[in-house]
Ligand binder design. Structure first.
Ligand code: RP5
Ligand code: MG
Ligand code: MG
Length: 280
């Protein structure tokens, strides 16, 4: 909740809309807060987009909440969310100061997947680097710099309707860290083949709500984050990284406790470092 509170101050991303300020002790819905006057905001450009829901109240829009609705997953990892008396789903964490969808396409949970690709840091002759204080090997992960906020992040993205999580993980990694969208079909297939086996073996690190700056009272991010680890720099540890799609930059980033990443991605990286017994 402390983190949620920090992110929710100030302006909604890519807008001049100021959030209604919610004190930390008034975030939870069960706490009475009659002074609460959230600001309504849905970004104008999401209207009519194939990846976005229609507005609530439109005759044709009959969402089935808290369930797999056709090929759109409207289930939350947290628990069943509440639909208010006007028909709007409520953010399971609480008040955000904004109603509407903001920049998000779906009402309720917006599902993403985050590939955490790691390798051990090595010097030029291939010797693993150990931190002198913790005596633990230094882990690196593939980080992208987001086009929207300029912050560094895991190269994750939205799960397309009907898409499996494992397909999303590999596709988003290819788009953001290998620039696959700008490659010809044959080359893209070659790239996919070169990492297919590696992406076949991931370990789940996190599943749940994401403390994303785009969250509102009625729309929020959730993710599944998996770790794909290259133990001896033989597969992805060796590929050429090229930023693409919504990434402006990509690199192998050293992992330690000073990481400052988008949303609560640092939390996912910390869990990964702990799992692999790496320096943190
Ligand atoms: C975060 O937003 C998720 O953890 C994921 O990394 C990302 C997905 O959104 P886009 O990168 O598609 O904007 O909440
Ligand atoms: Mg993407
Ligand atoms: Mg992305």
């Amino acid at each position: 909740v402390a983190l949620v509170f920090l992110i929710l101050q100030g302006f909604y991303p890519s807008s001049n809309v100021k959030r209604f300020e919610v004190p930390e002790n008034k975030v939870a819905w069960y706490i009475e807060y009659s002074e609460y006057k959230p600001i309504e905001y849905t970004a104008p450009n999401i209207k009519g987009k194939p990846w976005a829901d229609p507005d609530i109240g439109e005759i044709s829009f009959k969402p089935n909440w808290n369930t797999i609705d056709g090929n759109v997953n409207r289930k939350s990892f947290t628990s069943d969310y509440v639909i208010n008396k006007n028909g709007y789903p409520l953010n399971p964490i609480g008040r955000t100061g904004i109603i509407g969808r903001g920049l998000l396409g779906r009402w309720g949970p917006n599902h993403a997947a985050d590939p955490i690709v790691t390798r051990w840091k090595q010097d030029i002759i291939g010797v693993a680097e150990v931190n002198k204080d913790t005596k633990k090997p230094i882990l690196q992960f593939v980080a992208i710099q987001r086009q929207d906020s300029g912050e560094w992040a895991i190269p994750g993205g939205m799960v397309d309707p009907g898409e499996t999580i494992s397909a999303t993980l590999k596709r988003e990694f290819m788009e953001e860290a290998m620039n696959s969208l700008k490659k010809k079909k044959a080359e893209r297939e070659k790239l996919e083949k070169s990492i297919r086996k590696f992406f076949g073996q991931g370990e789940e690190i996190y599943k749940g709500y994401v403390d994303d700056p785009r969250n509102t009272d009625n729309a929020w991010m959730e993710t599944v984050a998996l770790n794909f680890h290259d133990q001896n720099n033989s597969v992805v540890g060796n590929i050429k990284l090229v930023a693409g799609d919504d990434a402006r930059n990509v690199k192998w980033m050293d992992i330690d406790r000073n990481l400052n990443l988008y949303a609560n991605h640092s939390e996912f990286i910390k869990k990964t470092a702990e799992k692999l017994d790496a320096h943190w």
